[in-house]
Design a protein around this ligand. Structure first.
Ligand code: PLP
Length: 445
């Protein structure tokens, strides 16, 4: 297995960030000014803590990066990356719309205060109930296939209400990410094929259906894309296609949604592109193509998830049993794949630090293993850390994305408490720790 990111982490000193991650005079980790050890003592472990200031900062940075280049921008937060009410509501407060992929995410986005007309419904297999929900509430439905288009049309007709739709196209492009995250390849399960004429057929059908309001086109090529260049071909293809729609169908779209996928700028990454880089490339192509095809400037929608919330949180775990193996030590933590699933899958690599020994040199090789009953339950491999003892506190950094939405009760583990450190520096519990009762809440004998 490629250990590139682990090597980067071991080579590099932790990069602190004022007001977010700092080292106290005693060599302990401070998160938003709070001592991580004290938070763990007060609220127990495993524990997650988010920074409200960072969430707002990330959103504002993304918005202004795009707005500077192209004023007609709308950010839809991808709730799949984090659907805690306490997180969605902060971003909603900043002006974010919500990208949802199920009735459940729709429900949570609304509960967090999102206007249903500001909800964009994605997904390759929406149920009839979800389609109806979207139509009734006036949400934007990103239609994923020709057959779904028919479903939406007949539901809208029987409701007597126009459905607002975008059509998701598949541009057949790759990106610098893992196979599991690539969604823009021809073989992908998402979107309508552009190259075989299906996309044009879908837009023609939609244009002619009186119960459909065709607002735009949608495309999402993948996740954790570190290099902006991979967006170039997708945006070009989508915008050229907008030109074709105008010429051949007389259809001018008011919205172009280029999805999300901008990489989480993990603290140890040097080469990763940031919001400004993605904004410059995407809007550059859009502006050029608007001129080329004589289009009215559409609203540019984007659906960032990881890049907004990834580097806004830490996950704190307690060290338990330690074993010496031939080549390295194994330190067992009180969370593994139940919380940090993408790390145990090898999809994300998080830096892990010993929160109460930040001042000590990392001169011993460790695997940080979880408590679950399978061998792959290893959220961090081959890490140079100071000598660990039972009771030490490990902090995984930049864990704000795809943790709270993927956490699970395997082996009867209780889902953790989650804190929001407010802008004023207060500590708010935004998710209480599960109890044993929660494990059986919906079960009957
Ligand atoms: C349609 C769509 N939009 C947006 C996203 C968010 O991606 P990311 O969190 O990488 O920004 C995803 C992720 O799977 C997606 O499928």
């Amino acid at each position: 297995m490629d250990r590139m990111y682990e090597e980067m982490i071991n080579r590099k000193e932790l990069r602190c960030a004022e007001g977010y991650l700092e080292k106290s005079a005693e060599g302990e980790l401070l998160f938003c000014g709070h001592n991580a050890r004290e938070l763990a003592e007060e609220y127990g472990t495993p524990l997650m803590a988010f920074s409200e200031s960072r969430l707002k900062e990330n959103y504002r940075r993304m918005r202004s990066a795009f707005e500077k280049c192209y004023p007609k921008i709308q950010i839809c937060f991808a709730c799949k990356s984090n659907h805690l009410l306490g997180v969605i509501s902060v971003l909603k407060g900043e002006g974010a719309y919500a990208d949802v992929v199920s009735g459940g995410e729709f429900y949570k986005a609304e509960k967090a205060g999102t206007d249903p007309e500001h909800i964009v419904m994605n997904g390759n297999n929406k149920s009839d109930a979800e389609i109806l929900m979207g139509i009734r509430k006036g949400a934007m439905i990103n239609v994923d296939s020709l057959s779904e288009l028919e479903r939406v049309a007949s539901a809208a007709e029987s409701e007597g209400k126009k459905a607002r739709i975008c059509i998701r196209v598949n541009p057949d492009v790759t990106a610098d990410s893992i196979a599991e995250f690539l969604t823009g390849l021809k073989k992908s399960k998402f979107g309508v094929d552009m190259d075989n004429g299906d996309a044009l057929r879908a837009f023609r059908r939609a244009r002619d259906a009186s119960c459909l309001a065709v607002e735009g086109i949608h495309c999402h090529i993948g996740s954790q894309i570190e290099n902006r260049e991979f967006y170039r071909q997708a945006v070009e293809k989508v915008m050229d296609f907008c030109g074709t729609l105008k010429r051949e169908l007389g259809l001018e779209l008011s919205c172009v949604n280029m999805g999300g996928g901008f990489a989480i700028p993990f603290e140890y990454l040097d080469q990763v592109d940031r919001a400004e880089d993605f904004a410059e490339l995407v809007t550059g192509v859009i502006k050029k193509k608007i001129c080329e095809h004589g289009l009215k400037p559409p609203v540019l929608m984007i659906e960032p998830g990881g890049s907004l919330v990834g580097n806004t949180a830490v996950t704190l775990c307690r060290v338990g049993r330690i074993k010496q193996k031939e080549e390295k030590r194994l330190a067992a933590l009180d969370a593994g794949g139940d919380l940090l699933l993408r790390a145990t899958q090898g999809w994300y690599t998080y830096r892990a630090v010993c929160a109460n020994k930040l001042g000590e040199a990392g001169d011993m090789l460790y695997d940080l293993v979880g408590p679950l009953c399978y061998e792959g339950d290893i959220p961090a491999r081959d890490r140079m850390l100071p000598e660990l003892e039972e009771g030490d506190l490990i902090a995984f950094l930049d864990t704000g994305a795809y943790v709270t939405t993927l956490m699970n009760q395997y082996n009867g583990r209780l889902l953790p408490a989650v804190l929001m450190i407010t802008e004023e520096g207060g500590v708010k519990v935004i998710r209480r720790r599960d109890s044993y009762e929660d494990l059986i809440r919906n079960e009957m004998v």
